[in-house]
Design a protein around this ligand. Structure first.
Ligand SMILES: [Zn+2]
Length: 328
């Protein structure tokens, strides 16, 4: 993941010569990863879509005649670097931000990028009180960020979504491309969306799909293991492999490397198998300690497990056990 030439990459990007081929996502990641300012990496994915890695959660970027559309904004402290990276690719105004979910590593840059983006380009100046990029998300993202009158909100007002949806999906047409934002109920959180760039054939999956850990259930925000399995199955529905199960639709995970459908299938299978094992033990009345002793993740621990850090294997088993126990 380190030490790949970037000078060549930027030249290719400027002349628009980077187009997706049948190369696997992993190989593309290795060929194309290019440090932007500081430690961000920017890579073309396919069609009009780019991926920014290193700002927190992965960011997807769509660039076209109308301007820039971002899916997620990284951590607040990296917002300037993200704007610098975008400005190396285009001077167009930042028109839209779509949030896949509420977490601060995906929404932290909303405030700075949303306002700075429009000020740099001046595209929205004069539009009145709503100056800045439009911020689109499922309404549960707004509910989680805001607070009843008199209480402290979880995020500043200017970071809140300005355009929410509460139905199954929301459709946009931006930069000559149909974009479908699709709610995935009770998965990583209660406000998760997939963002599907139909023409570019890229899906930004948010944290429902990550390549770095076992799936993360935010139980405090109504996430659940069955919702994650359902959402991964839906992701497989909307992705189409090109040939030999490689390439075709690209999937940008919430964290980790660029993927295709085969990667999602592998992850979905793992999550489903582990869920079924724990569910079976719950149905047999086993305690959490007994479930842990049975080591339901053992054959996947080498790939996704962790004993330290933000999301350990133990935390994952706890969360799945608690989730499945409360349902019966
Ligand atoms: Zn998250």
């Amino acid at each position: 993941m380190r030490g790949f030439g970037l000078g060549v990459w930027f030249v290719l990007t400027v002349v628009g010569a980077v187009v997706a081929t049948g190369v696997t996502p992993k190989a593309r990641a290795q060929q194309n990863q290019a440090p932007a300012p500081a430690d961000l990496r920017v890579m073309p994915v396919q069609g009009s879509v780019y991926m920014i890695v290193g700002a927190g959660g992965n960011i997807a970027l769509q660039i076209g005649d109308e301007g820039v559309l971002l899916v997620d904004t990284g951590l607040a402290q990296n917002a300037d670097k993200v704007v610098d990276a975008i400005r190396k690719l285009t001077d167009k105004p930042i028109r839209y931000i779509i949030n896949t979910h509420v977490h601060a590593d995906h929404t932290g840059g909303n405030e700075a990028i949303g306002t700075l983006g429009s000020r740099v380009a001046g595209g929205n100046v004069g539009a009145g009180a709503g100056v800045g990029a439009g911020i689109i998300a499922h309404e549960n993202v707004l509910n989680r960020m805001s607070a009843p009158t008199g209480e402290q909100a979880a995020a500043p007002f200017s970071a809140w979504p300005t355009d929410t949806y509460f139905t199954k999906k929301k459709e946009l047409h931006v930069n000559g491309e149909a974009i479908i934002i699709e709610h995935q109920p009770a998965a990583h959180t209660d406000g998760d969306s997939f963002v599907h760039f139909r023409k570019s054939d890229v899906v930004s999956a948010g944290d429902i799909f990550v390549t770095t850990t076992f799936p993360i259930l935010d139980a405090q925000r109504a996430g659940g293991i069955n919702g994650i399995v359902a959402a991964l199955n839906r992701l497989i529905d909307i992705t189409i492999p090109k040939e030999k199960q490689e390439a075709g639709t690209y999937v940008i995970p919430g964290h980790g490397r660029l993927c295709d459908e085969a990667d999602v299938v592998e992850y979905r299978d793992m999550v489903t198998i582990v869920r079924d094992r724990i569910e079976d033990l719950v149905k047999k009345g086993r305690t959490l300690a007994q479930v842990k002793a049975a080591r339901p993740t053992i054959d996947y621990d080498g790939r996704y497990g962790a004993t330290t850090g933000f999301w350990t294997t133990e935390m994952f088993i706890d969360a799945v056990y608690n989730d499945l126990s409360k349902k019966k």
